[in-house]
Design a protein around this ligand. Structure first.
Ligand code: PEP
Length: 257
């Protein structure tokens, strides 16, 4: 973390978990434990149907609400899809774009990721752009090439003045939902490389202002070590964001002056 130049952001990704009543129960448990963290931004990315309740329930604790996806068009004949404008009107601040599960199961490509990044920024949302390599790619030694390509493709055409709204999440596929975490060194190395790519594209001032998260089985036990890496500015958290005490412990690891 380096709070001098950029925000630390701890974001939960609930995926397809929690009904409305479970969302209310989570809020009841989380709110007294969480308080109002001062040194980091806390985000919960929840299923679309829970967004209005989540915005209301977490407001007093300053938890920002995110969506887990969006469409790149503003409206039209796209059955089942949700636009940036619809999310914005509900009070959503962040949107996850290009999560590996969407790339794997729903035909998300680097091209659609780029279109969604543009749509989010134009509509006033903060995109959390996910990039990451598979185990095979890591073993082939192409991690940095692949990540560099994914970052460049996601950001193609994004002007420098919009970059302060962009968050990048480095999520190695082999660590997501597997209980296998990248070592702090592996996470730090790739996050550093991502910042170097942004530096080449936009210069040093922009690069040091961008929040780069690590995601992949981050939990209460390993969060502090991962966050101690200078280029790891937070976490995107799946499983551990479903249990209020675990999520709060991760926030506490990040909420240091
Ligand atoms: C994620 O879904 O982005 C994620 C990192 O999940 P988990 O923490 O469960 O590995």
């Amino acid at each position: 973390m380096n709070r001098r130049y950029r925000k630390t952001i701890i974001a939960g990704n609930w995926k397809m978990n929690k009904t409305l009543s479970e969302t209310r129960a989570f809020a009841d448990e989380l709110k007294p434990l969480l308080g109002k963290p001062k040194w980091c931004e806390v985000v919960l990315c929840v299923p679309y149907v829970n967004i209005p309740a989540a915005v209301r329930l977490f407001k007093e604790n300053r938890v920002a609400i995110g969506a887990e996806n969006c469409h790149f068009e503003s409206h039209g004949a796209y059955t089942g899809e949700v636009s940036v404008e619809m999310l914005k009107e509900l009070g959503v601040k962040y949107v996850i774009i290009g999560h590996s599960e969407r790339r794997q199961y729903y035909n998300e490509t680097d091209f659609t990721v780029n279109k969604k990044v543009h749509a989010a920024l134009e509509g006033g949302l903060y995109p959390i752009v996910c990039v990451g390599e598979s185990l095979e790619q890591r073993e082939l030694g192409v991690t940095m090439d692949l990540i560099s390509y994914q970052v460049k493709a996601a950001l193609a055409g994004v002007p420098a003045d919009k970059m302060r709204h962009v968050v990048i999440a480095y999520e190695p596929l082999w660590a997501i939902g597997t209980g296998k975490t990248a070592t702090a060194e592996q996470a730090g190395e790739v996050c550093e490389a991502i910042r170097a790519v942004i530096r080449k594209l936009y210069g040093a001032r922009v690069a040091r202002s961008v929040t780069i998260q690590y995601g992949g089985s981050m939990n209460a036990k390993n969060a502090a070590e991962l966050l101690a890496q200078p280029d790891v500015d937070g976490g995107l958290i799946g499983g551990a964001a479903l249990k209020a005490p675990d999520f709060v412990e991760i926030v506490n690891a990040a909420n240091q002056e």
